[in-house]
Design a protein around this ligand. Structure first.
Ligand SMILES: [Fe+2]
Length: 291
């Protein structure tokens, strides 16, 4: 049987690639897994369009890249391990919830620039998302490269941020969504953690900023100078020309590198549209301070 040619199409000057010609849902050879891991290291964001996934196939794909990371919400609230999160408003019974539903409001926290699981002692390596139903308008996810952002910094700023450590605090980031959105048992399960503010890709050594909405403060600094620095770095990193906006299509399988990208939801009208995507994550190698 002839194999389709695998083709790479870059998506943005800073990062991102679409890969066609590969059945990502099928069983992967070690060579293909290595090819995908290299694409993650090189491009940070990888989309495989027109795929046919199920939850079982997505879990197998996730396991091919490493150890699945359990949902912090299900673990914190119910003490149960669940590898899948639903992104969107379609529920398990097929019905869709609207804008005012508490679950929808809670998820608006994802509309702030963030890196998934940066608040965990061992943060995430990648997130993997399969799109099943997408709104006809809105619902994009925006991404920026913190590697490109670091490269653009002045020499003096690089020297300033290189040794710094950030405190990542889930209770802090969720307090910006609204009061009492976080259940006490979930808050208690996620105490603040320290992460390097500049990380390096283990394969290439390429440095990147590591910020996002969970990053509350610079370790050892007061809040006002911490916020001034974090907010300025974030504002520069997320300027419009640096953004890749992913307009989801049903059948997309997307992988993004949480070690070096920030992302956020652009929002959509949940009263008018259905959106269903399934997300898994792969655990990182260790706490960023131990890299
Ligand atoms: Fe996210």
């Amino acid at each position: 049987m002839s194999r389709q040619k695998i083709e790479y199409t870059p998506l943005h000057a800073d990062f991102g690639v679409a890969i066609t010609g590969l059945d990502a849902a099928g069983p992967q050879t070690p060579d293909t897994v290595e090819m995908i891991k290299k694409a993650i290291d090189d491009y940070s964001f990888v989309v495989f369009p027109n795929q046919s996934f199920t939850d079982d196939l997505q879990l197998a794909f996730t396991q091919s890249l490493g150890e699945p990371e359990e949902s912090h919400v299900t673990l914190g609230e119910e003490g149960r391990v669940e590898y899948f999160g639903t992104i969107g408003n379609v529920q398990a019974d097929g019905t869709a919830i609207g804008n005012s539903h508490p679950k929808t409001v809670f998820k608006t926290g994802n509309n702030m620039w963030h890196s998934d699981s940066s608040f965990r002692p061992v943060p995430s390596y990648v997130s993997i998302m399969c799109a099943y139903e997408v709104p006809s308008e809105g619902g994009a996810t925006l991404f920026i490269s913190q590697r490109a952002a670091y490269d653009r910094l002045s020499k003096a700023t690089k020297e300033q941020v290189d040794p710094l450590v950030g405190i990542h605090d889930y209770s802090y980031s969720r307090s910006k969504v609204g009061p009492r959105v976080l259940k006490p048992e979930l808050a208690a399960s996620l105490p603040p953690v320290k992460q390097r503010m500049v990380r390096r890709n283990p394969r290439s050594g390429a440095p990147n900023l590591y910020l996002g909405s969970h990053c509350r403060q610079v370790d050892g600094w007061e809040m006002p100078p911490s916020r001034a620095l974090i907010d300025e770095l974030t504002e520069d990193a997320t300027a419009s020309q640096h953004i890749y906006s992913h307009q989801w299509q049903a059948g997309d399988l997307v992988i993004w590198d949480n070690r070096c990208l920030l992302h956020r939801g652009a929002g959509y009208d949940a009263d008018k549209h259905r959106r269903l995507m399934r997300q898994t994550r792969v655990r990182g190698a260790c706490n960023s301070l131990a890299e």
